[in-house]
Write a protein that binds this ligand. Sequence first.
Ligand code: NZQ
Ligand code: ZN
Length: 385
Amino acid sequence: MNNFSFYNPTKIHFGAGQIQTLKDEIPADAKILIVYGGGSIKKNGIFDQVTDALEGKTFLEFGGIEPNPHYETCLKAVELIKTENIDFLLAVGGGSVIDATKFIAAAAQYDGNPWEIIETFGSAVKGALPIGCVLTLAATGSEMNPTSVVTRAETQDKLFFNSDHVRPLFSVLDPKTTYSLPAKQVANGVVDSYVHVLEQYITYPVNAKVQDRFSESLLSTILEEGPKALKEPENYDVRANLMWSATQALNGLLSTGVPGDWATHLIGQVLTGFYGLDHGQTLAIVMPAVWTYKVEQKKQKLVQYGQRVLNIQETDQDLIAHQAIEKTRTFFEEMGIATRLSDYNLDETIIAGVIEKLEAYQFVQLGEHADITPTDVAEILKLAL
Ligand code: NZQ
Ligand code: ZN
């Protein structure tokens, strides 16, 4: 096991009815900005639950955060914060709303050009407004981590930053809020959380038994519960298990002391930036291709996953590794997410542009061995056609 430092200060209020805890979590004298997306919270009753819990407190609202949130929209929220002297941000939504809120919180206290927050991957951030979250989509883990991903629409750059200053103070996770999700977003969330575990697990062994078995428990849970969420959208236990799995998948615990891959995520971000594919869709396309390309280096962990999680009964290691890749692809497809670029009307002509962006970002040494170069990415994308 590698050395690590672990820190996660976000308080979680989990379960039905927990939106009520906003009453006590947000200071009485705070001037709050409720940040939300395209309006789903106004149709499914979540906005009303939030405003009931905020009764007696001062709040304004800022809606219109896009999926894959735009930098340009975030800057409008920053203006409002400055004119209204807002001092507390409450994100109500999925990963996009929470990520946007993190960027807004940092930008509101940043003196220079706010794009520097992204250019420095967050190291320029020296402070941020306090953030609370009401999560409505189980997927990203943003509710309990220091990461934010924003897109500059003008240049199609989708990039992330990390800062401890933007960790949510608290997050409310009420599984019932996810009942109203469209099937496609349920599937995206299942694929995203599953892939988060895999990015930290399908690398090479470092004898990290706790992390490995923790990963395997999350993978088994998501495999079992994901398809049920599509069939029984209002099954509370299914939603609860998925929601907690998604949070645990990317709250820093799994990555302690182990190598991480993340090539799939970094390539996927470029695909979303250019073509608007959902985050979950990009992962379902790219991950089987990365694994196929890197099967020799990843074989030991693919075999462990194949045997312990997917219950593959073969004895030949190569066969187990290949079956593990194909069974993972099948799981994504069973969730309703297509796994080939051609399924999204994309062909080999996209490859040059993706490589150009990765080079511009200096993402030229990807994967757990930092050995996936732009030339390798081209080969990986050919495998994904
Ligand atoms: O905009 P609204 O009206 O809220 O509708 C959203 C949106 O259209 C809808 N939705 C959310 N909750 C709902 C609901 N509809 C009905 N009922 C509900 N309860 O779902 C749509 C997608 O929402 P979005 O927030 O975009 O989805 P998700 O949570 O999957 O977030 C994706 C974003 O997070 C980033 C992705 O790159 C992408 O930009 N990620 C953030 C990470 C992080 N901060 O750590 C890590 C991830 O790897 C990921 O990159
Ligand atoms: Zn993700």
